[in-house]
Design a protein around this ligand. Structure first.
Ligand SMILES: Cc1cc2nc3c(=O)[nH]c(=O)nc-3n(C[C@H](O)[C@H](O)[C@H](O)COP(=O)(O)OP(=O)(O)OC[C@H]3O[C@@H](n4cnc5c(N)ncnc54)[C@H](O)[C@@H]3O)c2cc1C
Length: 403
Protein backbone atom coordinates (compact mmCIF):
# COMPACT_ATOMS: atom_id res chain seq x y z
CA UNK A 1 0.00 0.00 0.00
CA UNK A 2 1.26 3.51 -0.82
CA UNK A 3 0.02 6.90 0.36
CA UNK A 4 0.41 10.42 -1.00
CA UNK A 5 0.57 12.95 1.82
CA UNK A 6 -0.35 16.49 0.75
CA UNK A 7 1.39 19.03 3.02
CA UNK A 8 4.79 19.13 4.66
CA UNK A 9 3.84 21.14 7.76
CA UNK A 10 3.39 19.33 11.06
CA UNK A 11 0.72 16.70 10.31
CA UNK A 12 2.14 15.64 6.91
CA UNK A 13 5.67 14.52 7.82
CA UNK A 14 4.37 13.11 11.13
CA UNK A 15 1.83 11.03 9.21
CA UNK A 16 4.53 9.77 6.81
CA UNK A 17 6.70 8.77 9.79
CA UNK A 18 3.78 7.06 11.52
CA UNK A 19 2.84 5.22 8.30
CA UNK A 20 6.43 4.01 7.96
CA UNK A 21 6.20 2.60 11.48
CA UNK A 22 3.01 0.81 10.42
CA UNK A 23 4.82 -0.60 7.36
CA UNK A 24 3.09 1.68 4.82
CA UNK A 25 5.05 3.50 2.13
CA UNK A 26 4.34 7.18 1.50
CA UNK A 27 5.61 10.35 -0.11
CA UNK A 28 5.10 13.92 1.10
CA UNK A 29 4.15 16.74 -1.29
CA UNK A 30 4.94 20.25 -0.02
CA UNK A 31 4.38 23.38 -2.09
CA UNK A 32 7.11 25.46 -0.45
CA UNK A 33 10.59 25.28 -2.00
CA UNK A 34 12.15 24.99 1.44
CA UNK A 35 10.98 24.94 5.06
CA UNK A 36 13.09 27.65 6.67
CA UNK A 37 13.50 26.46 10.30
CA UNK A 38 14.17 30.05 11.46
CA UNK A 39 11.05 31.63 9.94
CA UNK A 40 7.85 32.66 11.71
CA UNK A 41 6.70 32.48 15.26
CA UNK A 42 7.27 30.32 18.32
CA UNK A 43 4.73 27.93 19.70
CA UNK A 44 4.32 25.31 22.40
CA UNK A 45 3.86 21.59 21.99
CA UNK A 46 1.99 20.26 25.02
CA UNK A 47 2.86 16.88 26.66
CA UNK A 48 0.11 15.13 24.65
CA UNK A 49 1.78 16.28 21.41
CA UNK A 50 5.21 15.24 22.69
CA UNK A 51 3.74 11.86 23.58
CA UNK A 52 2.50 11.50 19.98
CA UNK A 53 6.03 12.29 18.75
CA UNK A 54 7.39 9.67 21.13
CA UNK A 55 4.89 7.10 19.84
CA UNK A 56 6.51 7.36 16.40
CA UNK A 57 10.08 7.53 17.78
CA UNK A 58 10.88 11.11 16.72
CA UNK A 59 10.80 13.01 20.00
CA UNK A 60 14.58 12.86 20.45
CA UNK A 61 15.13 14.18 16.93
CA UNK A 62 13.06 17.33 17.43
CA UNK A 63 13.68 18.43 21.01
CA UNK A 64 17.29 19.60 21.23
CA UNK A 65 16.74 23.34 20.62
CA UNK A 66 13.37 23.58 22.33
CA UNK A 67 12.71 25.42 25.61
CA UNK A 68 10.76 23.77 28.46
CA UNK A 69 7.41 25.36 29.44
CA UNK A 70 5.66 24.33 32.64
CA UNK A 71 2.85 26.83 32.99
CA UNK A 72 0.94 29.84 31.69
CA UNK A 73 0.97 32.72 34.20
CA UNK A 74 -1.78 35.27 33.64
CA UNK A 75 -1.75 39.01 34.45
CA UNK A 76 -4.19 41.87 33.99
CA UNK A 77 -3.41 45.26 32.40
CA UNK A 78 -2.78 46.67 35.89
CA UNK A 79 -0.12 44.04 36.59
CA UNK A 80 -2.34 42.06 38.91
CA UNK A 81 -1.74 38.30 38.79
CA UNK A 82 -4.94 36.60 37.62
CA UNK A 83 -3.88 32.98 37.94
CA UNK A 84 -1.59 30.19 36.78
CA UNK A 85 -2.50 27.16 34.71
CA UNK A 86 -0.04 24.30 34.31
CA UNK A 87 0.75 22.85 30.91
CA UNK A 88 0.00 19.28 31.89
CA UNK A 89 1.61 16.24 33.44
CA UNK A 90 5.19 15.65 32.25
CA UNK A 91 5.94 12.55 30.20
CA UNK A 92 7.24 9.50 32.11
CA UNK A 93 10.80 10.63 31.33
CA UNK A 94 10.08 13.97 33.07
CA UNK A 95 9.78 16.04 29.89
CA UNK A 96 7.41 19.02 30.15
CA UNK A 97 5.79 20.97 27.28
CA UNK A 98 8.30 22.40 24.79
CA UNK A 99 8.35 25.84 23.17
CA UNK A 100 10.04 26.11 19.79
CA UNK A 101 9.68 27.69 16.37
CA UNK A 102 6.73 26.34 14.44
CA UNK A 103 8.71 26.03 11.22
CA UNK A 104 11.63 24.50 13.09
CA UNK A 105 9.43 21.56 14.15
CA UNK A 106 8.18 21.17 10.55
CA UNK A 107 11.75 21.26 9.21
CA UNK A 108 12.94 18.71 11.78
CA UNK A 109 10.05 16.34 11.02
CA UNK A 110 10.77 16.59 7.30
CA UNK A 111 14.46 15.96 7.87
CA UNK A 112 13.69 12.94 10.02
CA UNK A 113 11.27 11.59 7.38
CA UNK A 114 13.97 11.89 4.71
CA UNK A 115 16.53 10.27 7.00
CA UNK A 116 14.19 7.28 7.23
CA UNK A 117 13.93 7.01 3.46
CA UNK A 118 10.64 8.84 2.88
CA UNK A 119 10.53 11.00 -0.26
CA UNK A 120 9.67 14.64 0.51
CA UNK A 121 8.97 16.53 -2.72
CA UNK A 122 9.32 20.30 -2.36
CA UNK A 123 7.91 22.86 -4.85
CA UNK A 124 5.17 20.23 -5.24
CA UNK A 125 1.92 22.18 -5.09
CA UNK A 126 -1.09 19.93 -5.54
CA UNK A 127 -3.58 21.57 -7.91
CA UNK A 128 -6.11 18.74 -8.13
CA UNK A 129 -6.84 15.39 -6.52
CA UNK A 130 -9.00 12.68 -8.09
CA UNK A 131 -10.33 9.38 -6.83
CA UNK A 132 -10.42 6.91 -9.71
CA UNK A 133 -11.93 4.08 -7.67
CA UNK A 134 -8.98 1.69 -7.76
CA UNK A 135 -6.38 4.41 -7.10
CA UNK A 136 -6.10 8.08 -6.23
CA UNK A 137 -4.26 10.73 -8.25
CA UNK A 138 -2.69 14.10 -7.48
CA UNK A 139 -1.87 16.60 -10.20
CA UNK A 140 0.80 19.16 -9.34
CA UNK A 141 0.78 22.71 -10.68
CA UNK A 142 3.77 21.84 -12.94
CA UNK A 143 1.65 19.11 -14.60
CA UNK A 144 3.23 16.12 -12.85
CA UNK A 145 0.66 13.39 -12.11
CA UNK A 146 1.22 11.05 -9.16
CA UNK A 147 -0.87 8.11 -8.04
CA UNK A 148 -1.21 5.90 -4.98
CA UNK A 149 -3.67 3.75 -3.03
CA UNK A 150 -4.71 6.52 -0.68
CA UNK A 151 -4.27 10.25 -0.24
CA UNK A 152 -3.96 12.10 3.07
CA UNK A 153 -4.79 15.80 3.08
CA UNK A 154 -2.49 17.42 5.64
CA UNK A 155 -2.66 20.71 3.76
CA UNK A 156 -3.64 23.04 6.57
CA UNK A 157 -6.61 25.17 7.51
CA UNK A 158 -7.36 26.30 3.91
CA UNK A 159 -7.16 22.70 2.65
CA UNK A 160 -7.81 21.87 -0.99
CA UNK A 161 -8.23 18.17 -0.18
CA UNK A 162 -11.06 19.00 2.29
CA UNK A 163 -12.89 20.72 -0.59
CA UNK A 164 -12.21 17.77 -2.93
CA UNK A 165 -13.72 15.36 -0.39
CA UNK A 166 -16.78 17.57 0.10
CA UNK A 167 -17.45 20.62 -2.06
CA UNK A 168 -19.80 21.90 0.70
CA UNK A 169 -17.15 21.64 3.42
CA UNK A 170 -17.00 24.72 5.66
CA UNK A 171 -14.22 27.26 5.24
CA UNK A 172 -12.01 28.44 8.10
CA UNK A 173 -13.40 31.25 10.31
CA UNK A 174 -11.37 34.35 11.13
CA UNK A 175 -11.34 34.49 14.95
CA UNK A 176 -11.01 38.28 15.20
CA UNK A 177 -7.33 38.44 16.20
CA UNK A 178 -4.21 39.21 14.21
CA UNK A 179 -0.95 37.80 15.42
CA UNK A 180 2.51 39.32 15.70
CA UNK A 181 5.57 37.52 17.03
CA UNK A 182 9.07 38.65 17.93
CA UNK A 183 12.22 38.09 19.91
CA UNK A 184 14.28 40.35 22.16
CA UNK A 185 17.80 39.05 22.49
CA UNK A 186 20.03 39.22 25.57
CA UNK A 187 17.62 41.23 27.67
CA UNK A 188 17.68 41.58 31.48
CA UNK A 189 13.90 41.05 31.33
CA UNK A 190 14.64 37.34 30.76
CA UNK A 191 15.84 37.17 34.40
CA UNK A 192 12.81 39.06 35.75
CA UNK A 193 10.34 36.60 34.23
CA UNK A 194 9.57 33.26 35.84
CA UNK A 195 11.61 30.65 33.96
CA UNK A 196 9.94 27.88 31.94
CA UNK A 197 6.65 29.79 31.78
CA UNK A 198 4.58 31.87 29.39
CA UNK A 199 3.57 35.25 30.84
CA UNK A 200 0.25 36.35 29.43
CA UNK A 201 -1.09 39.90 29.84
CA UNK A 202 -4.74 40.63 29.17
CA UNK A 203 -3.93 44.19 28.12
CA UNK A 204 -6.40 47.01 27.66
CA UNK A 205 -6.11 46.97 23.85
CA UNK A 206 -4.14 43.80 23.00
CA UNK A 207 -3.15 40.43 24.46
CA UNK A 208 0.57 39.94 25.06
CA UNK A 209 2.61 36.78 25.72
CA UNK A 210 6.31 36.46 26.64
CA UNK A 211 8.56 33.48 27.40
CA UNK A 212 12.20 33.67 28.57
CA UNK A 213 14.79 31.30 27.13
CA UNK A 214 17.85 29.84 28.92
CA UNK A 215 20.03 31.87 26.49
CA UNK A 216 18.76 35.13 28.04
CA UNK A 217 16.36 36.02 25.20
CA UNK A 218 12.63 36.58 25.46
CA UNK A 219 10.26 35.40 22.72
CA UNK A 220 6.95 37.21 22.62
CA UNK A 221 3.73 37.64 20.68
CA UNK A 222 0.89 40.15 20.48
CA UNK A 223 -2.72 39.31 19.56
CA UNK A 224 -4.61 42.35 18.31
CA UNK A 225 -8.42 42.35 18.18
CA UNK A 226 -9.24 43.84 14.76
CA UNK A 227 -10.72 43.00 11.37
CA UNK A 228 -8.82 40.57 9.16
CA UNK A 229 -5.66 42.12 7.69
CA UNK A 230 -5.54 42.13 3.90
CA UNK A 231 -2.59 40.90 1.86
CA UNK A 232 -2.06 44.50 0.61
CA UNK A 233 -1.91 45.81 4.19
CA UNK A 234 0.53 43.09 5.17
CA UNK A 235 2.87 43.77 2.28
CA UNK A 236 2.43 47.55 2.39
CA UNK A 237 3.44 47.97 6.05
CA UNK A 238 7.06 48.14 7.18
CA UNK A 239 8.39 46.41 10.27
CA UNK A 240 8.93 49.83 11.94
CA UNK A 241 5.30 50.79 11.26
CA UNK A 242 4.01 47.53 12.74
CA UNK A 243 6.26 47.94 15.80
CA UNK A 244 5.06 51.54 16.35
CA UNK A 245 1.48 50.37 16.14
CA UNK A 246 2.05 47.51 18.58
CA UNK A 247 3.76 49.88 20.99
CA UNK A 248 0.77 52.24 20.94
CA UNK A 249 -1.50 49.27 21.75
CA UNK A 250 0.45 48.07 24.81
CA UNK A 251 1.36 51.57 26.11
CA UNK A 252 -0.04 52.13 29.58
CA UNK A 253 -0.37 48.42 30.41
CA UNK A 254 1.78 47.14 33.29
CA UNK A 255 4.49 44.58 32.49
CA UNK A 256 7.36 44.19 30.03
CA UNK A 257 5.43 44.40 26.72
CA UNK A 258 6.44 47.91 25.66
CA UNK A 259 10.13 47.42 26.46
CA UNK A 260 10.30 44.02 24.79
CA UNK A 261 8.68 45.34 21.62
CA UNK A 262 10.82 48.50 21.45
CA UNK A 263 14.09 46.59 21.97
CA UNK A 264 13.16 43.47 19.99
CA UNK A 265 12.71 42.32 16.42
CA UNK A 266 9.52 41.20 14.72
CA UNK A 267 9.59 37.71 13.20
CA UNK A 268 5.90 37.47 12.25
CA UNK A 269 3.58 40.36 11.41
CA UNK A 270 -0.09 40.75 10.54
CA UNK A 271 -0.87 37.04 10.56
CA UNK A 272 -4.64 36.44 10.61
CA UNK A 273 -5.77 33.65 12.93
CA UNK A 274 -8.47 31.14 12.02
CA UNK A 275 -10.31 28.21 13.44
CA UNK A 276 -12.37 25.43 11.95
CA UNK A 277 -14.89 23.54 14.02
CA UNK A 278 -17.23 20.91 12.70
CA UNK A 279 -16.24 19.55 9.29
CA UNK A 280 -18.96 16.98 8.54
CA UNK A 281 -16.97 14.75 6.15
CA UNK A 282 -13.38 13.75 6.93
CA UNK A 283 -13.01 11.00 4.33
CA UNK A 284 -14.46 9.79 1.07
CA UNK A 285 -13.28 6.87 -1.06
CA UNK A 286 -9.49 6.85 -0.91
CA UNK A 287 -9.03 10.35 0.57
CA UNK A 288 -8.90 11.51 4.17
CA UNK A 289 -7.96 14.72 6.00
CA UNK A 290 -5.92 15.25 9.18
CA UNK A 291 -4.61 18.16 11.27
CA UNK A 292 -5.80 21.70 10.57
CA UNK A 293 -7.36 20.50 7.30
CA UNK A 294 -9.96 18.59 9.34
CA UNK A 295 -10.28 20.69 12.52
CA UNK A 296 -8.25 23.76 13.41
CA UNK A 297 -8.34 25.01 16.98
CA UNK A 298 -7.47 28.71 17.21
CA UNK A 299 -3.81 29.32 18.14
CA UNK A 300 -5.06 30.43 21.59
CA UNK A 301 -5.79 26.77 22.38
CA UNK A 302 -2.07 25.95 22.22
CA UNK A 303 -3.15 22.58 20.82
CA UNK A 304 -3.25 22.73 17.00
CA UNK A 305 0.10 21.07 16.46
CA UNK A 306 -0.51 18.50 19.17
CA UNK A 307 -3.87 17.60 17.60
CA UNK A 308 -2.19 17.28 14.19
CA UNK A 309 0.44 14.95 15.70
CA UNK A 310 -2.15 12.83 17.51
CA UNK A 311 -4.16 12.53 14.27
CA UNK A 312 -1.09 11.34 12.37
CA UNK A 313 -0.42 8.56 14.87
CA UNK A 314 -4.04 7.42 15.16
CA UNK A 315 -4.58 7.37 11.38
CA UNK A 316 -1.48 5.17 10.93
CA UNK A 317 -2.67 2.86 13.73
CA UNK A 318 -6.09 2.57 12.04
CA UNK A 319 -4.50 1.75 8.66
CA UNK A 320 -2.33 -0.85 10.42
CA UNK A 321 -5.35 -2.41 12.19
CA UNK A 322 -7.97 -2.55 9.41
CA UNK A 323 -7.64 -4.30 6.08
CA UNK A 324 -9.83 -1.91 4.08
CA UNK A 325 -9.68 1.87 3.76
CA UNK A 326 -13.31 2.67 4.73
CA UNK A 327 -12.92 0.73 8.00
CA UNK A 328 -9.55 2.35 8.73
CA UNK A 329 -10.76 5.88 7.98
CA UNK A 330 -13.91 5.36 10.06
CA UNK A 331 -11.87 4.00 12.98
CA UNK A 332 -9.62 7.07 12.79
CA UNK A 333 -12.60 9.44 12.76
CA UNK A 334 -14.28 7.58 15.61
CA UNK A 335 -11.17 7.85 17.75
CA UNK A 336 -10.58 11.54 17.01
CA UNK A 337 -13.71 13.58 16.27
CA UNK A 338 -15.14 14.17 19.74
CA UNK A 339 -11.80 15.11 21.26
CA UNK A 340 -10.70 17.54 18.55
CA UNK A 341 -14.09 19.28 18.31
CA UNK A 342 -14.09 19.86 22.08
CA UNK A 343 -10.62 21.37 21.80
CA UNK A 344 -11.68 23.67 18.94
CA UNK A 345 -14.57 24.88 21.13
CA UNK A 346 -12.21 25.48 24.09
CA UNK A 347 -9.85 27.40 21.78
CA UNK A 348 -12.71 29.62 20.57
CA UNK A 349 -13.57 30.52 24.19
CA UNK A 350 -9.92 31.27 24.88
CA UNK A 351 -9.69 33.55 21.81
CA UNK A 352 -12.76 35.53 22.81
CA UNK A 353 -11.39 36.10 26.33
CA UNK A 354 -8.52 37.99 24.67
CA UNK A 355 -10.89 40.52 23.13
CA UNK A 356 -11.84 43.28 25.60
CA UNK A 357 -15.64 43.13 25.88
CA UNK A 358 -18.25 45.82 26.49
CA UNK A 359 -18.05 45.24 30.28
CA UNK A 360 -14.57 46.76 30.31
CA UNK A 361 -11.24 45.26 31.25
CA UNK A 362 -11.56 45.84 35.01
CA UNK A 363 -14.71 43.78 35.32
CA UNK A 364 -13.30 41.28 32.83
CA UNK A 365 -10.23 40.89 35.10
CA UNK A 366 -12.50 39.96 38.00
CA UNK A 367 -14.20 37.37 35.83
CA UNK A 368 -10.85 36.02 34.61
CA UNK A 369 -9.54 35.68 38.20
CA UNK A 370 -12.64 33.70 39.03
CA UNK A 371 -12.25 31.59 35.88
CA UNK A 372 -8.57 30.79 36.55
CA UNK A 373 -9.34 29.86 40.14
CA UNK A 374 -12.36 27.65 39.60
CA UNK A 375 -12.94 26.85 35.91
CA UNK A 376 -9.73 26.82 33.86
CA UNK A 377 -7.43 24.86 36.16
CA UNK A 378 -4.79 22.12 35.94
CA UNK A 379 -7.56 19.67 36.75
CA UNK A 380 -10.08 20.93 34.21
CA UNK A 381 -7.47 20.94 31.41
CA UNK A 382 -5.94 17.54 32.27
CA UNK A 383 -8.05 15.76 29.61
CA UNK A 384 -6.34 17.91 26.98
CA UNK A 385 -2.66 17.82 28.02
CA UNK A 386 -2.50 14.44 29.74
CA UNK A 387 -3.93 12.41 26.87
CA UNK A 388 -1.55 9.58 25.89
CA UNK A 389 -1.46 7.18 22.93
CA UNK A 390 0.13 3.74 23.11
CA UNK A 391 1.35 2.60 19.70
CA UNK A 392 0.53 -1.04 20.47
CA UNK A 393 -3.15 -0.30 21.26
CA UNK A 394 -5.54 -1.37 18.53
CA UNK A 395 -8.10 1.05 17.13
CA UNK A 396 -11.60 -0.37 17.49
CA UNK A 397 -13.64 -1.46 14.50
CA UNK A 398 -16.33 1.14 13.85
CA UNK A 399 -19.77 0.62 12.39
CA UNK A 400 -19.48 1.61 8.77
CA UNK A 401 -21.81 4.15 7.23
CA UNK A 402 -22.03 4.85 3.50
CA UNK A 403 -19.72 7.68 2.46
C1 LIG B 1 0.53 32.15 15.21
C2 LIG B 1 0.18 30.75 15.54
C3 LIG B 1 0.51 30.23 16.80
C4 LIG B 1 0.21 28.91 17.11
N1 LIG B 1 0.55 28.43 18.33
C5 LIG B 1 0.34 27.12 18.60
C6 LIG B 1 0.77 26.55 19.85
O1 LIG B 1 1.32 27.22 20.73
N2 LIG B 1 0.61 25.22 20.02
C7 LIG B 1 0.04 24.42 19.08
O2 LIG B 1 -0.08 23.21 19.29
N3 LIG B 1 -0.42 24.93 17.91
C8 LIG B 1 -0.29 26.25 17.65
N4 LIG B 1 -0.69 26.77 16.47
C9 LIG B 1 -1.41 25.90 15.52
C10 LIG B 1 -0.47 25.01 14.72
O3 LIG B 1 0.56 25.75 14.13
C11 LIG B 1 -1.27 24.27 13.66
O4 LIG B 1 -2.39 23.66 14.25
C12 LIG B 1 -0.41 23.21 12.99
O5 LIG B 1 0.65 23.83 12.29
C13 LIG B 1 -1.26 22.36 12.06
O6 LIG B 1 -0.43 21.51 11.34
P1 LIG B 1 -0.86 21.02 9.88
O7 LIG B 1 0.28 20.22 9.39
O8 LIG B 1 -2.21 20.45 9.94
O9 LIG B 1 -0.99 22.35 9.01
P2 LIG B 1 0.16 23.36 8.59
O10 LIG B 1 1.20 23.45 9.62
O11 LIG B 1 -0.53 24.62 8.16
O12 LIG B 1 0.83 22.68 7.31
C14 LIG B 1 0.17 22.58 6.08
C15 LIG B 1 1.22 22.45 4.99
O13 LIG B 1 0.58 22.13 3.77
C16 LIG B 1 1.20 22.85 2.71
N5 LIG B 1 0.21 22.95 1.63
C17 LIG B 1 -0.97 23.60 1.66
N6 LIG B 1 -1.63 23.43 0.49
C18 LIG B 1 -0.83 22.66 -0.29
C19 LIG B 1 -0.96 22.15 -1.62
N7 LIG B 1 -2.05 22.40 -2.36
N8 LIG B 1 0.04 21.38 -2.11
C20 LIG B 1 1.15 21.11 -1.35
N9 LIG B 1 1.33 21.59 -0.10
C21 LIG B 1 0.35 22.34 0.43
C22 LIG B 1 1.56 24.19 3.37
O14 LIG B 1 2.59 24.87 2.65
C23 LIG B 1 2.00 23.75 4.76
O15 LIG B 1 3.37 23.48 4.81
C24 LIG B 1 -0.44 28.09 16.15
C25 LIG B 1 -0.78 28.62 14.89
C26 LIG B 1 -0.49 29.93 14.60
C27 LIG B 1 -0.90 30.47 13.25
Amino acid sequence: MKALVVGGGIAGPAAALALAKAGIESEVLERRPVVDPGAGSWFTVAPNGLDALEAIDVLEAVRDEAVPSRANVMYGATGRRLGTVGLGRPLDNGLVALTMKRSWLAARLEREAERRGILVRRRAEVAEVTDAGDHVGATLTDGTVLSADLLIGADGVHSRVRQAIDAQAPAARYVGLTNFGGITRHTPIANDLESEAWHFIFGSRAFFGAHPTPAGDVVWFVNVPEPEITREQRHGTTEEEWARRLLSLVQGDAGPAAELISTGRLELAGDSTYDLGHVPTWFRGRMVIIGDAAHAPSPSSGQGASMALEDAVVLAQALRDHADLPAAFAAYEKARRERVEKIVAAGARSSSSKIPGPVGRRFQELMLRFAFRYMITDRSTAWINNHRIRWEDRTSRPELVDQ
